[in-house]
Design a protein around this ligand. Structure first.
Ligand SMILES: [Zn+2]
Length: 347
């Protein structure tokens, strides 16, 4: 479909409105798949095309088979359903499945994906009613720690889980071996797809990577839920994660992307459970301000290496990260009040 769209555009400079139905005669195997799965691909392609023309995104790319394979289909009156031990999919029927939790609500769609480890996952989009959590009359500021994962304004430090750093070193080791195997295959002028040692190692790397991803997600889900449950207003720094993720160091890159996932989780969980998440501008000098008297230090006065400092103005002793998180909380509460006043003012 993409190829025909491209040809048509080159010739007529307009968009070809083709549908999967046009291809069923030529490609018999399209009849094996359920029609909604095809319709979703068509929709994705149109969305990518519109993004290219209207929002200046990159030109839609061809999907490579075997790389992040997945498909999405919609539930039509029970065509997608679950039992205790199976999931039912159109044209496939019931397949054995394990669910981590009860699924309550109306299933809207399902996406089946194949992971690099060879495992299959089904993800279900469910419409449900979110029940808000009770108010706690407690607010919290969160600072992204340098050595810890996060530091809270109440003085709590949440460390990066130990197993994560162990798995990270394991990943680095296995990746080194993979690089060697690639070099060996190249030296022997063998295709990577034919090199069994390389393929075996590639699967090993994928498995470690999958474990890291799952452990990390589990840690972030539990942590974000605890924070949302225990506090009403949660203030965080709005970091420029795009710039951060470019960092080449593995451990750093993982912690940066953790932060981005973490703020996303806080964001939607706050919305689900009726709490408030406030993002504080990343230029706000949370580290360099004294949370006691508001005295502002210069960059030279507080280099990154200084973890504990005394305020030259009020003499208060500060832990760098805790002081920053207190400032983030105060600034967050100030912004939250502005917001509330603004809304009532309008009403
Ligand atoms: Zn001070």
């Amino acid at each position: 479909m993409l190829s025909d769209k491209v040809d048509h555009y080159n010739e007529h400079k307009t968009e070809l409105k083709n549908t999967p139905a046009h291809y069923k005669k030529e490609f018999d195997w399209l009849k094996e798949v359920d029609s909604l799965a095809l319709a979703n691909v068509q929709q994705n392609l149109r969305a990518a095309y519109n993004k290219f023309f209207k929002q200046g995104a990159g030109f839609p790319k061809f999907k490579k088979k075997g790389h992040r394979d997945s498909y999405t289909t919609n539930n039509q009156k029970g065509t997608v359903a679950i039992t205790d031990s199976t999931v039912k999919l159109p044209k496939i029927g019931h397949i054995k499945a394990k669910f981590p939790a009860m699924i309550n609500g109306l299933i809207k769609s399902s996406t089946v994906s194949k992971e690099p480890t060879g495992k299959y996952f089904v993800s279900l989009l469910v419409e449900t009613i979110a029940t808000t959590l009770p108010k706690t009359h407690s607010n919290i500021g969160i600072d992204l720690g340098l050595t810890d994962f996060i530091v809270l304004s109440d003085g709590t430090r949440v460390a990066n889980p130990k197993f994560l750093s162990k798995l990270q070193s394991k990943l680095a080791r296995e990746q080194k071996i993979l690089t060697k195997r690639r070099a060996v295959a190249k030296a022997n002028q063998r295709k990577l797809s034919d090199s069994r040692n390389y393929q075996k190692q590639k699967l090993k790397v994928a498995k470690v990577y999958e474990r890291i991803t799952n452990c990390r997600k589990d840690f972030l889900h539990k942590l974000s839920f605890t924070l949302i449950k225990n506090h009403d207003v949660i203030a965080i720094e709005d970091l420029n994660v795009k710039g951060m993720v470019k960092n080449k160091k593995l451990a750093k890159a993982i912690s940066d992307s953790s932060w981005s996932t973490f703020t996303t989780m806080l964001n939607y969980k706050a919305e689900w459970y009726g709490k408030t998440l406030i993002k504080v501008d990343r230029w706000y000098p949370s580290s360099k301000t004294c949370s006691n008297c508001n005295h502002l230090l210069t960059k030279a006065e507080l280099p990154l290496s200084v973890r504990i400092w005394n305020c030259p103005s009020c003499q208060q002793k500060h832990d760098r990260d805790i002081n920053a998180s207190i400032n983030i909380l105060n600034e967050g509460l100030r912004l939250a009040t502005l917001k509330t006043v603004g809304t009532t003012g309008l009403a």
